[in-house]
Design a binder for this molecule. Structure first.
Ligand SMILES: Nc1ncnc2c1ncn2[C@@H]1O[C@H](COP(=O)(O)OP(=O)(O)O)[C@@H](O)[C@H]1O
Ligand SMILES: [Mg+2]
Length: 333
């Protein structure tokens, strides 16, 4: 089965999109209101006066200046249309590989030349620390509330082109503060609008819950990747998660698609792992990624060295698996 996992790693798959647009009535979700109202609410939400976000510089503008006008116009149009793919990693179960996947898939794409911003949207801040960043000076809470402009919140990682908006425990308060705000599900989505053209990928790492933070993540994204641990209770909660995704698709974010279910921590030595993969694949068919992430001790070690796997041990099976996943994701946007 290791061979099967390795074969999957080196064999990128066709698109596995669920794209289930079934409209389901939202339960307990507010509908979008006018932007002005939202801005007023943001001002109420944050203790300081909301600052205007300066627009990040659009890539390619400097080069465009030297081109003839027609080419210049075409380039400006192309640049302004090239919006980041927003991918959210969600599963209300903890310890299934959301953070490990967000961190290392992001690094693999950055190593391949893509510009990636990972927004740590979990107050536990595991993806921040995994990449040697911390949100003490501000992070995703300050991003969504507009307390600080994005350029003061974005931190570089050791991988060129790979940047992070870190998280901190401040974000735990956001879920409570947002509850009574209208458009409370759109805070992250609106904040990311300012960053869309500066990156190829915007990643959102969610906390292990289906609360307001995860709803903000699903509302902000164009795709959701669902890491599924190859363990006995793997499917526990999956139907609840899919129901939540359908509700978001039906009301808050019709453009949301399911990028795929990703098997993580596949253990070659256990029949259980193989059974989980077989049964879930039978049931979800084209909705699973062909790349399978094996259990790999190096993936578990890398965060304590504040490095993505591509720097910590680029040749290990964990690194190669996430590189294969990056190819699969990049090919089937
Ligand atoms: N493929 C893997 N092999 C070995 N350890 C892993 C793997 N994926 C994740 N881990 C470890 O399992 C734990 C939980 O993973 P994590 O990505 O933090 O899950 P989540 O974000 O869903 O809570 C972490 O200690 C992480 O280092
Ligand atoms: Mg996590």
């Amino acid at each position: 089965m290791l061979r099967a996992a390795e074969a999957a790693v080196s064999d990128p798959a066709p698109a596995n999109c669920i794209a289930d647009g079934e409209a389901t009535a939202a339960v307990g979700m507010s509908v979008p209101g006018p932007g002005a109202e939202r801005n007023r609410n943001r001002a109420v939400l944050v203790s300081r006066e909301t600052q205007t976000r300066p627009q990040p510089e659009k890539r390619g503008q400097a080069e465009a200046i030297r081109l003839p006008v027609a080419a210049n116009m075409a380039m400006v149009a192309a640049v302004s249309m090239a919006r980041a793919r927003r991918i959210v990693f969600a599963n209300q179960k903890g310890g299934v590989g959301k953070t490990t996947t967000a961190v290392n898939l992001g690094a693999a794409l950055a190593v391949a030349g893509k510009r990636v911003l990972l927004v740590d949207f979990d107050p536990q801040a595991n993806s921040s620390t995994s990449l040697g960043c911390d949100g003490e000076q501000g992070g995703s809470y300050e991003l969504i509330t507009g307390v600080l402009p994005p350029e003061e919140l974005i931190q570089h990682t050791a991988v060129p082109g790979y940047e992070v908006v870190p998280s901190s425990i401040n974000l735990a308060g956001a879920a409570v503060e947002l509850v009574n705000q209208s458009r409370r599900e759109f805070y992250l989505s609106d904040a990311l609008n300012d960053l869309d053209t500066a990156y190829d990928y915007l990643f959102i790492d969610c906390p292990p819950s289906l609360g307001l933070l995860t709803i903000n993540g699903l509302t902000a994204a164009s795709q959701v990747i669902i890491p599924l641990q190859c363990e006995y209770f793997a499917l526990e909660g999956l139907s609840e998660l899919l129901k939540t995704i359908r509700r978001v698709q039906g009301t808050l974010n019709p453009a949301l698609t399911v990028g795929g279910i990703l098997f993580t921590m596949f253990d070659v030595r256990t029949r259980l792992s193989q059974e989980v993969v077989r049964e879930v694949t039978e049931f979800f068919r084209h909705q699973v990624f062909r790349t399978i992430i094996p259990r790999n001790v190096r993936l578990g070690e890398a965060p304590s060295y504040s490095q993505p796997i591509q720097l910590y041990d680029p040749k290990c099976i964990g690194a190669r698996s996430y590189n294969a996943l990056a190819r699969e994701v990049a090919q089937h946007g």
